[in-house]
Write a protein that binds this ligand. Structure first.
Ligand SMILES: Nc1ncnc2c1ncn2[C@@H]1O[C@H](COP(=O)(O)OP(=O)(O)OP(=O)(O)O)[C@@H](O)[C@H]1O
Length: 468
């Protein structure tokens, strides 16, 4: 389809003739005989281009354009005028009309004008999209997940590939900063919807009532203070993807509305009776335990089941130690780009060792911050020899089971005569390493089980005096 056009003129025969002409050229053509009808049709169909007669029975065409432009600023407007009102038509271009045509309108002239207006319409959309992308994530089109080799992340990559092959709703879980948002973009950009829009909303950072109007949109007067008309993100994400970040924080009443949307793919703006069919893929993300929230009655069970179809669990960075070198390179590349550096800095062996030994409570986000700080503090931008890790480095050691399937707990015996943190953690590290050596046939496998590099394993064996 070429796009949606709204023709507004009170001459019924002219409108019928033009509609036939435009339909045959592949446009989705809507018509209106009055200003009031034009307002209603515009609200229903969001035309890309509106062709307005300057003289309408109930309103002045230029006034109508000025009004519509406020609600639909991205649409393009073509004015039609009889000879006597050319001055007014010229004035309309000053107010933002794309062009004016004099009556009787030549079909070819109208078609060329429409084609150009459609092009301009698409261009504004593309510029908007580019602006949005560059604001959100520089170089987002280069997101890659193939380079990460840790077993924990390979599982993620496999699931992500599965997600690109379907339109199913995806649930991304995992600690804060593990890259859920990042992965959702990858899924979008590698799915059949890559040419469609990607939008996101964080359900925790704005008030529940606002989340609802952002998602579903509204009509004038839908609630106190609502002015104008707004399309919701679900509508805007048509043919694309919408990320609902922090879904665990979504209000219960809104959860019910979301569930209805997922079942029907139909949206109704607040204050409207009209159903709008939307084809948007939903990715939901959370760092909370939704099952626990269901038990606490803070999350609807039916919605949980509905979301729990294609679940991708992002592993914390401390379980992806063998990815650290590559991830650090990737982050440095992005930082260098953002800081306009000529070369991408390298990491010295000592700095890399520190990154691998650290436990990353804030995950990838923390690593990015650490590298940024180190870059700012570095004396040269060629090699970073030192990374400035936070004081939390050891205190945040993860005591939960190493794999999801392995539910066995590790007991820590606290010394009676004091709680020496370093000693306790060393004891725990040694226990884990011995267990990994017993389970893995080779040192390489043991290192993989532990999620660390062979180099780090050798370091620990030596430092903790373990006989392999
Ligand atoms: N593979 C990656 N390569 C480069 N940067 C990454 C990667 N993964 C995550 N990041 C960066 O790390 C930061 C945190 O990632 P992201 O926002 O995706 O995490 P999140 O899990 O969605 O966090 P939260 O739960 O707090 O919303 C972002 O700056 C993101 O660009």
């Amino acid at each position: 389809m070429q796009g949606t056009v709204l023709l507004v003129d009170d001459e019924q025969h002219l409108i019928s003739f033009l509609k036939k002409l435009l339909d045959s050229e592949g446009y989705d053509t809507k018509t209106a005989l009055t200003g009031e009808e034009a307002r209603q049709k515009a609200a229903l169909f969001y035309p890309d281009v509106m062709v307005l007669d300057i003289r309408l029975p109930d309103t002045d065409g230029v006034e109508l354009m000025r009004e519509l432009k406020q609600t639909y600023p991205h649409a393009q407007y073509i004015m039609m005028t009889a000879h006597g009102s050319i001055q007014t038509a010229v004035e309309s271009t000053r107010l933002g009309a794309f062009e004016y045509l004099t009556k009787p309108v030549e079909p070819d002239v109208l078609l060329v004008s429409l084609q150009n207006a459609m092009k301009a319409r698409r261009l504004t959309e593309e510029v908007e999209e580019l602006r949005r992308k560059s604001r959100l994530l520089p170089g987002s089109s280069e997101i890659t997940i193939e380079q990460y080799r840790s077993p924990a992340f390979r599982m993620v990559a496999d699931e992500a590939h599965r997600a690109t092959d379907s339109d199913a709703t995806v649930l991304l879980t995992g600690e804060s900063g593990t890259g859920k948002n990042h992965l959702s973009r990858w899924i979008h950009e590698h799915s059949g919807r890559a040419d469609g829009p990607f939008f996101e909303i964080n359900c925790a950072s704005i008030a529940p009532s606002l989340v609802e109007s952002e998602l579903f949109g509204y009509e004038p007067g839908a609630f106190t203070g609502s002015q104008g008309r707004k399309r919701g993100l679900l509508e805007m994400a048509d043919q694309g993807t919408l990320l609902l970040d922090e879904i665990g924080d979504m209000d219960l009443a809104l959860q019910a509305k979301l569930l209805t949307f997922l079942d029907t793919q139909v949206v109704r703006r607040l204050g409207s009776e009209t159903n709008i069919k939307v084809n948007a893929r939903i990715i939901a993300a959370t760092n909370q335990d939704l099952e626990e929230l269901v038990q606490e009655k803070k999350f609807r069970q039916d919605l949980y089941y509905r979301l729990n179809v294609l679940v991708i669990n992002m592993p914390p960075l401390r379980r992806r130690t063998s990815d650290i070198t590559i991830l650090a390179k990737e982050l440095l590349m992005r930082l260098a780009h953002e800081m306009d550096l000529k070369n991408v800095p390298r990491l010295g062996p000592e700095a890399l060792g520190s990154l691998e030994r650290y436990h990353w409570p804030g995950n990838v986000r923390e690593m990015r911050n650490v590298l940024e700080r180190s870059l700012l503090e570095a004396s040269s931008y060629d090699v970073i020899n030192h990374v400035a890790l936070g004081p939390k480095s050891l205190a945040s050691f993860d005591l939960s089971p190493v794999t999801q399937t392995d539910q066995s707990l590790i007991e820590v015996r606290f010394p009676e005569d004091g709680l020496n943190l370093k000693e306790t953690l060393n004891q725990l590290t040694a226990t884990l390493i011995k267990e990994a050596l017993a389970r893995g046939a080779t040192k390489k496998q043991a290192a993989e089980l532990l999620g660390i590099s062979r180099h780090s394993l050798t370091h620990y064996l030596k430092a903790l005096d373990i006989n392999a």
